[in-house]
Design a protein around this ligand. Structure first.
Ligand SMILES: *Cc1c(COP(=O)(O)O)cnc(C)c1O
Length: 401
């Protein structure tokens, strides 16, 4: 408080307000009677007073609302909020994370191009790249994204896209975003990154050299397990081109109702994330000490092999992480059955803690491993730790019978 008071007017102008402030603050909008939330523009179309204005609007459909498959003011509000948080020029919202991801990928490649992607990428993205895109003659090489040599070795004369996802969302492996983006640039390829796990708050990929960043809004950004959405973030030029082609032509738009829900969710994003971060680090530290846990995969822990890299490109860690167990899959599933606060369900990013158990194999050499993915919600972490311990006792008791 006293610090702020001591600042000169010039200082105040230069310094960007904190993210806590920026998610909350909007200038008073007299077009909406000062309504504290941007109203839901439940319109398919917008009418014009004369043909001059109508013609002008068509010169830039991304800026002026004409039809809600293009620009809807409720959705546009959210796009600008997200772009600001990730320190980028512009953003475009989509009907889902996958709609955003596929549009971003299609915006960067043409027939016969080659893509390099991490082998731990989100499942549907892997299917889209590894299988669906083959019908356009676009081939993808999947690499161990943590090794820069693997990217270098995979480069072909027709490589046009590096696709990253850092942290990945099963094994929580990172890629060196700066180094990957630099390599991509040197061969004339673009870098797209799925930034869903880190959020716009804790990682700003465009500042690290990436060209486009994509998110599933269905996770932390929405934050309440009540909607599905996606966003592509980038420079004005890249977003304008994406708007005119993949956005307008595929038509995978976000509805104004969803944008209004997400715009409420985003007000508490910094607040929620700091709580998620602290709670998850406590739960992860507890798990590291448990006999049934062989390894915890959480980039915020010292024990994570890329923890140092995390510190150079992320400003915080989130609350999705995994652990590996020597216990057989059936016993781990019994453990999951005994949990009270962690619900058995896909997805993550809402208020409620979640668990899934998977057998995963990323490459043919290392065999498959039992991986438990935990999402730590907003509950009291002591309650979550007690829940984990009690469920383990329950699973052990069942085993003894
Ligand atoms: C959920 C998710 C997606 C897909 O998002 P949808 O909104 O479900 O389409 C993509 N990437 C990651 C990392 C995700 O967790």
């Amino acid at each position: 408080m006293s610090q702020t008071m001591g600042e000169s007017t010039a200082d105040k102008k230069e310094k960007k307000a904190s993210e806590y402030t920026r998610v909350v603050y909007d200038p008073i909008d007299t077009r909406h009677y000062g309504a504290i939330h941007t109203p839901i523009y439940q319109n398919s179309l917008f009418a014009f007073e004369n043909y001059d204005q109508f013609d002008k609007a068509f010169q830039d459909l991304s800026a002026i609302p004409v039809y809600s498959r293009g620009n809807n003011p409720t959705v546009r509000y959210l796009e600008q909020k997200i772009a600001d948080l990730e320190e980028a020029e512009d953003a475009k919202c989509f009907s889902s994370g996958m709609a955003a991801i596929t549009a971003a990928i299609m915006s960067t490649v043409s027939q016969g191009d080659h893509i390099i992607c991490i082998n731990q990428v989100y499942g549907p993205t892997k299917e889209f790249l590894g299988s669906y895109m083959l019908k356009f003659g676009v081939e993808t090489t999947f690499v161990d994204g943590s090794k820069l040599e693997a990217w270098e070795d995979a480069v072909r004369p027709n490589t046009k896209l590096f696709y990253l996802e850092s942290p990945s969302t099963q094994m929580f492996q990172l890629q060196d975003i700066r180094a990957c983006a630099e390599l991509a640039k040197s061969i004339g390829a673009v870098t797209v990154i799925d930034n869903t796990c880190a959020t716009p708050l804790f990682q700003k990929p465009l500042q690290l050299g990436a060209d486009l960043s994509v998110h599933s809004i269905s996770k932390y950004i929405g934050g309440h397990s009540d909607c599905i959405g996606g966003v592509v973030i980038g420079s004005s030029n890249r977003i304008k081109s994406l708007f005119n082609k993949e956005y307008m032509l595929f038509g995978g738009i976000m509805t104004p109702q969803t944008a209004a829900l997400v715009s409420k969710g985003i007000r508490t994003l910094p607040l929620r994330l700091r709580r998620h971060e602290a709670s998850a680090l406590r739960v992860a530290a507890f798990l590291q000490e448990q006999p049934f846990v062989s390894k915890v995969n959480h980039p915020g822990l010292d024990s994570h092999p890329q923890h140092k890299l995390a510190l150079t490109q992320m400003s915080g860690s989130t609350s999705l992480f995994s652990f590996e167990s020597v216990m057989p899959l059936a016993r781990i599933k019994e453990w999951a059955n005994g949990l009270k606060y962690f619900k058995i369900a896909v997805s993550w990013g809402g208020f409620e803690s979640l668990v899934t158990v998977n057998e995963v194999a990323w490459d043919n050499n290392s065999g498959s491993r039992v991986v438990v993915r935990l999402y730590v919600g907003l509950e009291e972490p002591d309650d979550l730790i007690a829940d984990i311990a009690a469920a383990w006792k329950h699973a052990e008791a069942l085993e003894a019978l």
